[in-house]
Design a protein around this ligand. Structure first.
Ligand code: AMP
Ligand code: MN
Ligand code: MN
Ligand code: MN
Length: 277
């Protein structure tokens, strides 16, 4: 049986719908042999995922998706093969969690000003012990029928420039990359085309990322098409970055994205798993 990698997905430890156990079981059912759980700014789900992975004979790679800033814009950096107990990484994550808590309060205050009260208590309830993300606010807005889809919640309230948008200072990208490296992990630029950068700006970002110790970028994600794979591969080759593959799975209700359902990496690209030890 051939190896199937999926190195980017979310559980209830952040904005995924499935618990770590349910996620690993679903990955196993879909033939995934190597899975990385990469929740937003938390490693909280990894222990449970590991126990289920052991029981199902699937390889779990410890992961995280860090919220970072480069030139005042938000970029996501996935860390693969990290030691979650590394003190530098753990301290960095704790700080991001404080930032998330404060930001949630600010988003709720902005919603209240727009005659939508009660958001903070509601998202705390939905998120439970997991990280509070904008996805939770979107689900709250949906449940209160202020919007009729998650996308509409971002388009009308939560997205950049909208009434409940809070511009957030996360970790500096170079610091986040160094935490990952210190924790024996490989830093991967997540979904590089989602930031809608010009080619020259993407090259500057990749230059900073490489200088900081970044080693890989995502090439195949749950929704990339062949043209996007070709474009990102050109950047990876130019910057000598390994390629990663990850569905960014959050929710089984999204029929477009499934665990392990990913196009193969182009032959000329070095797979990121060759860098993991
Ligand atoms: P946060 O990190 O709290 O800003 O939340 C970001 C998360 O919201 C992302 O990881 C996505 O899962 C989700 N998200 C961001 N933009 C959208 C969008 N336009 N539509 C649906 N979900 C989105
Ligand atoms: Mn998410
Ligand atoms: Mn992301
Ligand atoms: Mn993600």
């Amino acid at each position: 049986m051939s190896d199937i990698y999926d190195l980017h997905c979310h559980s209830t430890a952040s904005d995924g719908v499935l618990s770590p156990t349910e996620l690993v079981q679903r990955a196993s059912q879909h033939g995934v042999t190597h899975l990385s759980l990469t929740d937003h700014d938390t490693t909280q789900g990894l222990a449970e995922a590991q126990a289920t992975a052991d029981a199902n004979g699937i390889h779990l790679i410890n992961g995280i998706e860090l919220s970072t800033n480069w030139q005042n814009h938000c970029f996501h950096i996935v860390g693969l093969g990290i030691d979650p107990l590394n003190p530098t990484l753990a301290a960095g994550i704790r700080n991001l969690q404080l930032i998330r808590t404060e930001r949630a309060e600010q988003i709720a205050a902005k919603l209240a000003k727009n005659r939508i009260p009660g958001a903070l208590a509601a998202v705390k309830e939905i998120a439970g012990t997991g990280m509070i993300t904008r996805t939770h606010f979107a689900d709250f807005l949906l449940s209160q029928r202020h919007v009729s889809t998650q996308q509409e919640a971002f388009d009308r309230y939560l997205g950049s420039g909208k009434p409940a948008y809070v511009s957030t200072t996360w970790a500096e990208l170079k610091d986040a990359v160094s935490w990952i490296t210190e924790a024996d992990g490989v830093a991967v630029l997540a979904h590089p085309l989602r930031y809608k950068l010009t080619a020259s700006r993407l090259r500057r970002l990749l230059t900073s990322f490489k200088d900081a110790g970044g080693q890989s970028m995502e090439i195949v994600t749950g929704r990339t098409n062949p043209d996007e794979i070709r474009r990102t591969s050109l950047f990876a080759s130019q910057f000598q970055l390994a390629g990663s593959v990850g569905s960014d799975f959050h929710n089984p209700a999204n029929v477009w994205v499934e665990l392990g359902r990913l196009a193969p990496l182009p032959k000329q690209i070095q797979p990121v798993w060759e860098l993991l030890h």
